[in-house]
Ligand binder design. Structure first.
Ligand code: C2E
Ligand code: MG
Ligand code: MG
Ligand code: MG
Length: 288
């Protein structure tokens, strides 16, 4: 009887596994044709400088929308892209698209700010990465000073020295570096003080905890204070309501990003925002 049960289990799991495999194979196929078929778009989420009450930049975020499969989350896309070696091609596509858009806004005279682009660890350490970066900057015509790269703490996990070298090479160009999702990975005070970085983005999970567990107020304010001592800018991700906003203002956080001010916007929506900065939302901030 146990044997029969075991067999059932095996069939059950192998069926699950083959569905997962099929799903995965399909996604891989979609990704391979994503750029050629225009399934991949870039959207832009504004960041607001809450001390100077102005737009401080945009973060470029990828969107994959397949005609039949629909929306595929960027996390899933980039995990598969890293495993299959497609990450360089997709990553370059995001860089060049975001920078060309930025250049267009600069030429139109509607925006001169900074664009942040997410870079996956595999992409960062690829031997062609610096070449791609130079190529994207050169062909779009944006200034490196107007570019920020967002990397996650995981980058430092394997080889701190290699990561430091690479980030120094990038910063020598004038590009700034942000640590994304700060606090979720390998954070330690001893390492953070020596890193070649400019900006620290507090992960959304901390802000989510703000209402549930009051102890998080202390944790978040400590992160902000630490960043100030290290001369880093601090950005709070996932600011969704006024309570979050007031907390960040009270604790002198530099920038906020989140649905309270704006969700990620497509190019047209972003342009409308840039052409009319006196939007209702900005009015909320200036009224404070
Ligand atoms: P991330 O870089 O930490 O980006 C922030 C994510 O939080 C975005 O999700 C954004 O839409 C979402 N978000 C922003 N404000 C709020 C808010 O107030 N509430 C809520 N619930 N969510 C908010 P998205 O676009 O789904 O991206 C998820 C992750 O996928 C990104 O996290 C990043 O790690 C990765 N990703 C996206 N685009 C790229 C890309 O072009 N390259 C690489 N390497 N990774 C990317
Ligand atoms: Mg990011
Ligand atoms: Mg983040
Ligand atoms: Mg994140």
């Amino acid at each position: 009887q146990a044997k029969a049960k075991g067999k059932e289990c095996f069939e059950f799991y192998s069926q699950d596994l083959s569905i997962a495999l099929e799903h995965r194979t399909k996604l891989e196929r979609y990704l391979r044709s994503a750029i050629d078929n225009d399934y991949m778009k870039v959207v832009y989420q504004p960041k607001v400088d809450i001390q100077n009450r102005c737009l401080s930049g945009f973060e470029a975020l990828s969107r994959f929308i397949h005609p039949t499969a629909g929306f595929i989350s960027p996390e899933e896309v980039f995990t598969i892209a890293e495993e299959t070696g497609m990450v360089m091609e997709l990553g370059y596509h995001v860089m060049i698209s975001a920078m060309k858009q930025q250049a267009a806004w600069q030429h139109a005279g509607i925006w001169q700010g900074r664009m942040a682009i997410n870079i996956s660890p595999i992409q960062l350490f690829d031997i062609h990465f610096l070449e791609h970066l130079d190529q994207a900057i050169y062909s779009s015509g944006v200034k490196p000073e107007h570019i920020e790269l967002e990397i996650t703490e995981g980058v430092f996990l394997d080889n701190m020295q290699k990561a430091t070298e690479r980030l120094n090479q990038i910063r020598e160009k004038g590009i700034t570096i942000a640590i994304d999702d700060f606090g979720t990975g390998y954070s330690s005070l001893s390492y953070i003080s020596n890193l070649p970085i400019d900006n620290l983005k507090i992960d959304r999970s901390f802000i989510l905890q703000l209402e549930k567990d009051k102890r998080y107020k202390g944790v978040i304010s400590s992160i902000i204070t630490m960043a100030q001592h290290l001369n880093l800018r601090v950005t709070a991700e996932g600011i969704e309501n006024l309570e979050h906003l007031y907390f960040m203002i009270d604790h002198q956080c530099n920038d906020i990003q989140g649905y309270l001010y704006s969700k990620p916007l497509n190019a047209e929506e972003s342009e409308a925002l840039l052409r009319n900065p006196q939007t209702e939302k900005l009015f909320i901030l200036t009224a404070l």
